[in-house]
Design a protein around this ligand. Structure first.
Ligand code: SF4
Length: 171
């Protein structure tokens, strides 16, 4: 059940920082961006397990910041779980260590991912900013294309309780 999110313009939020770490939850977010750009979720022989639309989006944030002299970094961790909502203590400590080098952390993830970063960094001066608007959940069909390409055919974004309402209108 991927969370459905849409990017928000964070340029004004980030303009007063000298350094920004972009912390990504590499699960729901790449799925959402792949669907929104109508591009593959996974093209294994081109990008490995990385999602092109998501990597391009991270670069589109970093590049203008770097051009203005703001130092940026990117952070994601896949083991033992890539899901920021379920990170282990070890993974949380890794973010704490990395984020100490930055004035702000931009979270590319849902409210729960942002909460993880806020909890991890609550005793530091590092500011946590959420880079996505959380809409609800996504319903999509996963499609396989030879040789190792996966696309997501999105049906709809469901707001909380949306499926019940939809069912009720069909009855
Ligand atoms: S933190 Fe949010 S975006 Fe990441 S896996 Fe969990 S629900 Fe999905």
């Amino acid at each position: 059940m991927p969370v459905h999110m849409e990017p928000r313009d964070v340029s004004a939020d980030l303009e007063n920082f000298n350094s920004v770490l972009i912390a990504s939850c590499p699960v729901c977010q790449p799925m959402c961006l792949a669907m929104q750009h109508d591009s593959p979720f996974i093209e294994f022989f081109k990008r490995g397990l990385k999602t092109g639309a998501f990597e391009d989006y991270i670069q589109s944030i970093r590049k203008p910041l770097e051009q203005r002299g703001i130092r940026t970094g990117a952070y994601a961790i896949h083991i033992p779980t890539p899901m920021m909502c379920l990170w282990t203590k070890w993974q949380r400590n890794r973010l704490l260590k990395r984020a100490r080098e930055y004035e702000a952390v931009l979270v590319l993830g849902c409210d729960s991912a942002t909460y993880t970063a806020q909890e991890v960094l609550k005793n530091t001066d590092c500011q946590v900013i959420q880079g996505m608007n959380m809409i609800g959940t996504t319903n999509a069909t996963l499609k396989f294309r030879f040789p190792m390409t996966f696309n997501l055919d999105m049906h709809r974004a469901l707001q909380t309780g949306g499926a019940h309402k939809h069912k009720a209108t069909l009855e």
